[in-house]
Design a protein around this ligand. Structure first.
Ligand code: ADP
Ligand code: MG
Length: 306
């Protein structure tokens, strides 16, 4: 499934990150709804553009795999348009967990269980089968759809953009592991495990665990010098707490790898247990719809108050 850009029709914007916007789009020949991410890039040399597209299209092997992983958003390819690099991927109609928790509060543990199963299997698959390190694990890169599927997106992109356009693109700092900060340059794949731990604490408590008002320097200092974050006592199962502590070891040598994480009671439990993720998605989506409608009313009655 190669996407030809001329046959893509852009629909509404569905989100915006630090580097650009994501639009819902329709691929006319097959009437497929996809998501397209636009990142402005000041590359003018054709050879550099081609090289970046070639590197990004390596990610397509994840989608073309004969046994594709169910926890990875499908990647359809990338192309240049005007000054933007456009990355085409599967559209997930439930959106990301970052928006969900910010609008509706802490994510229940049973959903965190299903998120953990998806992310650990997804990261393990990327690494063991495709030698891809994610490098940008965070709540906004974990997506859900209305059938209840949970998938990782944006894998391998930050590394590839960093390589080809040097310092104009750097991934999010807030989820970086202590060793990634302290040993700049060296990069262990267990950094993604740390980021998963931070993301889970954030989703479980509806709060980013380091002082969010600190400068980026202050946050990085806390990550390197402060204790590893955890969740408040008494509100979560011992299996979840144990799983988090395996992810959030500041010393990466002591941090669990994917094989170890897959053997934890928490992962085993949620591989077995049936959870009605689809029903939960429907619930949160209707709450979010009400909140958005209220925001629109509020805004139209008090247009000066923003
Ligand atoms: P970030 O991940 O840093 O928030 P992005 O540019 O990657 O920034 O994404 C912006 C927003 O677009 C995300 O927060 C998410 O809500 C939405 N989004 C991204 N990719 C998809 C997708 N494939 N399907 C549905 N929504 C998406
Ligand atoms: Mg993203």
């Amino acid at each position: 499934t190669e996407i030809s850009p001329e046959s893509l029709k852009q629909l509404e914007e569905i989100g915006r990150g630090a580097y650009g916007a994501v639009h819902r789009s329709i691929y006319e020949p097959t009437k497929t709804i996809i998501a397209v991410k636009y990142i402005p890039m000041d590359i003018t040399e054709e050879s550099k553009k081609l090289q970046l597209i070639r590197e990004l299209n390596v990610l397509r092997t994840a989608t073309d795999d004969t046994e594709p992983c169910p926890y990875i958003v499908k990647y359809y390819g990338a192309y240049f348009r005007e000054g933007d690099i456009c990355i085409c991927m599967e559209f997930m109609d439930g959106g990301c967990f970052d928006v969900i928790y910010k609008k509706t509060g802490p994510i229940p543990e049973k959903i965190l269980g299903k998120i953990s199963v998806a992310v650990v299997h997804g990261l393990h698959y990327l690494k063991s089968r495709l030698q891809i390190i994610h490098r940008d694990v965070k709540p906004s890169n974990i997506l859900v759809d209305s059938s209840g599927k949970i998938k990782l997106c944006d894998f391998g992109i930050s590394g590839r953009l960093e390589n080809s356009v040097a310092k104009t693109y750097v991934g999010t700092n807030h989820y970086m592991s202590p060793e990634r900060i302290a040993l700049a340059g060296q990069y262990d794949i267990r950094s993604d495990v740390w980021s998963l731990g931070i993301a889970l604490v954030e989703l479980a408590t509806a709060k980013y665990p380091y002082p969010p008002d600190a400068s980026i320097f202050g946050i990085l200092r806390h990550i390197v010098d402060g204790p590893a974050p955890s969740v408040p006592e008494g509100q979560f199962s011992p299996e979840f707490v144990a799983f988090l502590s395996k992810c959030l070891q500041k010393d990466h040598e002591k941090r669990a790898n994917y094989v170890e994480l897959l053997q934890t009671d928490f992962i085993k439990k949620y591989e077995q247990e049936e959870v009605d993720v689809a029903g939960w998605v429907q619930d949160v989506q209707s709450k979010i719809a009400v909140i958005r409608a209220a925001e629109r009313v509020e805004h139209s009655h008090f247009p000066s108050r923003r």
